[in-house]
Design a protein around this ligand. Structure first.
Ligand code: C5P
Length: 231
């Protein structure tokens, strides 16, 4: 695939507790990623400012808060996220259809209040660090995400084929990406960028494989090339 298409498949996980570090990395890597992912660490340390600062750098922001609470709380929290201009928000699919639907509605409401383009709600199925979940859990959570109105889900690469067979129109995001030879850290169900693209994944979350690399630009360049070749 073309370089611009490959870039649209890639989200850089900015897992820092410091906005200066996060924006520095984001500035360096703008040629390789269309999306940056703000997770709990960055959001808890810097708050909504992180979303604004990264949007200003020209990124689409993926807010990975993995919401899981009663429907009313999730609706109201997701509405805040929609109002920040985030493009993607995660919720735990384990929370069930009513919670997910409330979150989707809140997210849309918040985005429409600021005139932002329609954001995407994603249901998190099973964490890629979890090697012990029984086989039926991922399809059940994808189904819950679909019934709750989510446009996509987060899963490990090995689950994408099943997800696409079940719900071909949903957007599949995979984490736990490790190019050959890179340390897996805590990711039990890791995959290479080529495997992820060939499995049909729509977005690859890339964290430590780039942010902890000796040369992050070189690491990002090589992942972008792998995606172009595999796509
Ligand atoms: O550094 P690494 O590539 O392992 O980072 C993966 C990122 O993706 C982390 O920010 C983590 O919170 C997130 N994530 C995950 N597994 C999921 C969903 C999100 O690892 N199922």
């Amino acid at each position: 695939m073309k370089e611009s298409d490959a870039k649209a498949h890639l989200a850089l996980a900015l897992d820092y507790d410091d906005l200066v570090m996060a924006t520095r990395m984001a500035r360096h890597l703008g040629d390789y990623f269309d999306y940056v992912k703000v997770g709990l660490e960055l959001y808890l340390s810097t708050g909504p400012e992180s979303v604004g600062a990264l949007c200003e750098l020209g990124y689409k922001v993926f807010l990975d808060l993995k919401l899981h609470d009663i429907p009313n709380t999730v609706r109201r929290s997701a509405r805040v996220v929609g109002g920040l201009g985030a493009s993607l928000l995660t919720m735990h699919a384990f929370g069930g259809t009513a919670m997910l639907r409330a979150g989707v509605e809140g997210l849309m409401e918040g985005a429409s209040e600021i005139g932002a383009s329609i954001p995407m709600a994603l249901g998190v199925t099973v964490l890629s660090s979890d090697g012990g979940a029984p086989k039926h859990v991922v399809p059940a959570r994808i189904e819950a995400a679909a019934l709750g109105g989510c446009m996509g889900y987060v899963c490990a690469t090995e689950d994408v084929a099943e997800g696409k067979a079940l719900r071909p129109d949903m957007f599949a995001v995979v984490a736990g990406i490790r190019p050959k030879g890179v340390d897996r850290n805590d990711q039990i169900r890791a995959a290479t960028p080529e495997e992820a693209i060939r499995s049909g994944a729509d977005m690859l979350v890339i964290g430590r494989a780039v942010t902890q690399a000796k040369d992050p630009i070189l690491a990002a360049e090589s992942i972008l090339e792998s995606v172009m070749e595999a796509g």
